[in-house]
Each structure stands twice: as C-alpha cells, then as structure tokens.
Design a protein around this ligand. Structure first.
Ligand code: PEP
Ligand code: CO
Length: 465
C-alpha cells in the first residue's frame, strides 16, 4: 500500500530482545478463550496446512515501517486514525463498499492532517477483520440452541444448524477475501483517488444541520484552499504528490488462523504475523497467562491492546512487561475503551501505572465500545453525543496527567447507514429501523465519521489555545 521502507531506526536487522521459549504454536499450552469448536479436526488441519503455504498478505518491510510511524506518534509527531467495520463480511467484499470506506477514511485523514498540522497514520480495520468475540458460546432462538456467530472466519450469521457449525474452509476463504480487499485498496491508493483531494466533491450537505456549521465551513474552506494551493505550486494533482500510506489491522482472535500466517522472512530475525500489519488483542482475551498474550509475545509486529474499565494497574503493567520487555518504541498501542461514564474515573490510574513502568506506549481512544446500549425496541446502538464526549474527555484526561492522546479507533462505514443515533442530522431511535446493516456493532455512517474528524480537530485546537 505504497508504504515507505523503514529507515531501521526502530527495529534493527540484528536480533534485539527475541522472545524466550516461544514458537508460533507455544500459545497452545495456555488457556485460549473465544476459540471456535470444530467438529471435523481433520478438515481443520488440512485447511491450516494449506493456509500456511499461501502467500502472505503483507510484508515485513511494511510492518517495520508502521512500527517506525507508531514510534513517531509516541513522540507526538504523528496522529493515528484507525477505523472500519466492527466485522467485515464475505458478502460485502465488493467495489463500492471498499471504495466508500477508503474514501471516508482518506477524507477524515485529510481533515486531521490539516487541522492537527501533523501527518496521520491511517490504519484500516479491514482485510482480515473476520473473527468476533462473543459473550456466550451458544445462542438460543425460539427454543433452538446453536453455536453463536463468531464472524465469517468461523461460521455464518444465518441461524441454521448447517451454517452455524464452524467450517474450516472459511479460513481459506477469509484469506482470499482479505487478499482481494488488499489488492483493491492498494490499487485505489496507488491511483491517487483524485476526487478525495477536492473538498468540492465531498458530500457536506449535513454541515448545514450542525450547530457548528460555521466553524466546520471555515475548516473545509481552508482545507480546500490548502489542497488547491499545493496543486497550483506543483502543477500536479495532490493525490500524486505524496504517497498515501495505508495499513491494515484486525483483532487476532482466532489463534490457529494467526499461527498459520506467522512466518520468518529472509534477512530478518524473528517472526512476523504476515496476515496483517497491526494485530490487536481484544479486551476479552488479554489475560496475562492466556494463550493470546503468549502468541503476541513472540511476533515483531506493532500490536494493539484493548484496555477496558475492568483492567487493573498491575495487570496493565504486567502486559507491558510481557509484551515489550525491551521497552522498544513503536511496539505497543494501548487502545482504551472505557465508556464516557467511566473514563475520568478509570483512565488516570492507568496512565500513571504505565508512566511508572517507563515503557513507551501510544495511547489511542476507542470511544465506541464502552458506549454500546440497547433502545427500547432492543436495537443495539451508540449515541453520537456519548462517543464525542468520550473522545473529548480522552484528550483532557491525558493532558491533565502529563500524557498525550495520539489517535482514535472508530467503527465506521462509508455508507449512509443508520446505526448510531445523533450527529448533525440528529438520527433518532426510529431512524435506526431504516438502514441498519451491521450484524454486530453499530457504526458511524459517512456523515457522522466526517463530523467526528472535524470535532477532533476542533477539540485539539481548543486544547492548544
Ligand atoms: C471490537 O473492537 O470490535 C471489540 C470487540 O472490541 P473490545 O475487545 O474492545 O470489546
Ligand atoms: Co465492535
């Protein structure tokens, strides 16, 4: 994805802090939560063997380049924008959906670059975000009990006995769909995506409905002007001026799938997960003595850790010690997802605990997962107001504790779905019935996503003044 080669400042070619007593399968000796239960073990082994032979989806060079960019973000020189679907689905691997998702992420990143006056690291929740943690192994509907849907990597959302049984063939399909997605994203990004760089082509009709319409108009006007200015002085389209970096990420939940894509490469030491640039550990699988932490310990990718309100200071410090014993820059991103009601109470102690370890981390805010609720009709939603409030509090709490918020992690889509309420158009609970597409968590739609990017810019400016 047009990724620059690393300069070698972060991860030298010679061995540094290799994980002791680790192999890509050493996780198997530890308790693994949230795994699929395959009735046909032979078919599973055959699929994993095949998966282990397929070409990788990313390269070690790209992974190391991302580590360097994260290290720069840790020093306040870059801001991270991570976003995409809660769960991708095989049915949605198609041109318009991928194009629109990329477009909204690029537009958001341009607003952030302009507003924050720093480069943005773009990381998609895509090309592999196919496995989901569930609160229960089984689901019962009208007296029928079947395995829960665990993402398209494992089974189908359709509630029939046949489609809910974990199917190993899906592991190969997920790899193929991820490869198709990456291939298309790489081409789009290489092509420059010309219209994204012209704010006059952006759909900004929602601005009129925002209480901040004037401020947002000023922001888009000055962004448009600066993009045009760049074009005028260089005589070239902005899209072709600078290479667009795009990285991929997913929750590395399904450990056999991740193991099969964990490889060594020529002229590099250690092991890389070559199925994605940036895998993260979900909140439900971050046990210090669990299989996921064991797996992540040995790969050289930069890694994310979801940090929820239930994590203690010692637990978090223990994770840093285990996952980054050499205190290497660019290795750890802590993605806090507290909920707007908890963040002021829970985050300060964790910031202090991390500070006491002396371990370098990048803190980013996921204002989505702690703010999920059900409407009176039982529809899962998130209120824009609460998402915005958690994001704003995240900036403030870090600032008040001698720390820095270095990015955001959002569930979003480029479509005009109605899954989260509020935003400039003030979507209501009734609106959720109109265009609700997600099979898992509710996402910000195109307009709400752009609005969130502008609110981040605005918050940043207020804090700086
Ligand atoms: C997610 O990111 O979709 C998710 C399940 O998050 P968490 O682990 O923070 O609950
Ligand atoms: Co989610």
């Amino acid at each position: 994805m047009n990724v620059p080669v690393p300069t070698g400042q972060v991860s030298p070619l010679h061995e540094v802090n290799p994980a002791k007593d680790w192999t890509p399968k050493s996780w198997q000796k530890f308790p693994a939560l949230q795994q699929a239960n395959y009735p046909d073990q032979e078919a599973l082994s055959a699929a994993l063997e095949k998966l282990g032979e397929l070409p990788p989806l990313v390269t070690s060079w790209e992974i190391l380049a991302l580590r360097e960019q994260i290290a720069e973000a840790q020093n306040g020189k870059r801001f991270v924008l991570q976003g995409g679907d809660c769960a991708e689905s095989f049915d949605e691997v198609c041109s318009p959906l991928i194009t629109n998702r990329l477009k909204v992420l690029l537009q958001m990143s341009l607003a952030l670059i302009h507003g924050l006056q720093m480069p943005v690291v773009r990381i998609g929740r895509f090309a592999g975000q196919y496995a989901k943690p569930r609160s229960s192994d089984m689901e019962t509907r009208n007296g029928v009990t079947l395995p829960s849907y665990r993402g398209d990597l494992v089974n189908s959302v359709e509630f029939t006995e046949k489609t809910r049984i974990p199917d190993p063939e899906r592991l190969l399909q997920a790899h193929a769909y991820s490869a198709m997605t990456m291939n298309f994203v790489r081409s789009l990004v290489d092509g420059g995506f010309a219209d994204v760089h012209h704010t006059e082509y952006w759909d900004l009709s929602w601005l009129e409905h925002s209480p901040l319409a004037d401020e947002f108009h000023k922001l888009t006007e000055s962004l448009g002007k600066s993009l045009r200015f760049m074009e005028t002085i260089t005589g070239r389209d902005v899209g072709s001026l600078r290479r667009v970096d795009f990285f991929t990420s997913h929750e590395a939940l399904h450990l056999p799938y991740e193991q099969a894509q964990t490889r060594q490469v020529p002229r590099q030491w250690g092991w890389f997960n070559l199925g994605t640039h940036f895998p993260w550990i979900g909140m439900r699988t971050a046990d210090l003595d669990g299989a996921h932490v064991e797996y992540f310990r040995g790969i050289r990718n930069p890694i994310g850790i979801k940090v929820g309100p239930g994590i203690s200071r010692d637990w978090l410090a223990g994770l840093l010690e285990k996952l980054n014993p050499g205190r290497e820059p660019g290795r750890i991103v802590l993605i806090h997802r507290m909920g707007e009601a908890n963040i002021e109470d829970k985050l300060p102690g964790l910031i202090n605990a991390v500070h006491d370890t002396g371990s370098p981390v990048l803190w980013i805010s996921d204002p989505m997962h702690g703010n999920t609720e059900s409407t009176g009709d039982g529809i899962k939603t998130r209120r824009f107001r609460k998402i915005m409030r958690e994001m704003e509090l995240a900036f403030d709490v870090h600032r008040a504790h001698d720390s820095r918020l270095g990015g955001v992690h959002l569930e979003l889509t480029g479509e005009n779905v109605t899954e989260c309420t509020g935003g400039a158009r003030d979507l209501s609970d009734e609106d959720l019935k109109r265009d609700y597409k997600s099979t898992v968590d509710p996402r910000l739609n195109y307009e709400q996503s752009l609005e969130m990017a502008m609110l981040i810019v605005q918050k940043h400016a207020r804090n700086a003044s």
